[in-house]
Design a protein around this ligand. Structure first.
Ligand SMILES: CC(C)(COP(=O)(O)OP(=O)(O)OC[C@H]1O[C@@H](n2cnc3c(N)ncnc32)[C@H](O)[C@@H]1OP(=O)(O)O)[C@@H](O)C(=O)NCCC(=O)NCCS
Length: 165
């Protein structure tokens, strides 16, 4: 298994793996493949990595810019992240996330936020921070990881427009 940047020829496999991964996720509205497509079309897919085994695409992770208090701020949102269901629990999701965070850091990103299960995302260093608020989600599920920023910005976070359709 290796991780690399997405290529144009990966797009349909990314959509398929994403749909499969989220098919049984109860809190999903199953729009994740469309979100990735819209992010790509809008030029908001800053980091988009795939996990490949031979000719098979096993997983994908996306990172896109967020706004804080309606301002661009060089912070990014992690997600969607997906691994083919028959390959869960083999470290593929973690490898994708770590590689994506390393790439974000090398691009001099201030930091990254994620909306998800703290039991999973804490292992990468994400933690809840009262300075960053995300409307409509329980605060403990919204976390940040500081990369190159000297200070954590404070305010209300909005994901890229692709997330709202
Ligand atoms: C979340 C996901 C990408 C993780 O990928 P993965 O390759 O299975 O994860 P890894 O093998 O790197 O890590 C496995 C660990 O994560 C835990 N884990 C996986 N998904 C989790 C979740 N949703 N909540 C909490 N823990 C989770 C496993 O229990 C396991 O824990 P352990 O290391 O303590 O045994 C994958 O499960 C997936 O595609 N899920 C469906 C889509 C989804 O929910 N995406 C995230 C939305 S926020």
């Amino acid at each position: 298994m290796h991780i690399r940047q997405e290529r144009e020829s990966d797009c349909s496999a990314i959509a398929e793996v994403t749909a499969q991964a989220f098919a049984n996720v109860t809190h999903s509205d199953h729009t994740e493949p469309d979100i990735i497509k819209r992010l790509r079309e809008a030029g908001d897919l800053l980091v988009s990595l795939v996990a490949i085994d031979g000719s098979h695409l096993l997983g994908h992770v996306a990172f896109s810019p967020i706004m804080i208090n309606r301002q661009h701020c060089n912070w990014y949102g992690l997600g969607p992240v997906s691994v083919r269901p028959d390959r869960h629990g083999q470290g593929i999701g973690s490898a994708l996330i770590r590689a994506g965070l390393a790439q974000l850091s090398s691009l001099n990103a201030g930091g990254c936020v994620v909306l998800g299960d703290p039991a999973y995302y804490r292992r990468f260093g994400f933690e809840q921070d009262d300075r960053l608020r995300y409307e409509g989600a329980p605060p403990e599920y919204f976390m940040r990881l500081t990369l190159n920023a000297q200070q954590v910005p404070s305010g209300s976070v909005a994901y890229a427009p692709a997330f709202t359709g």
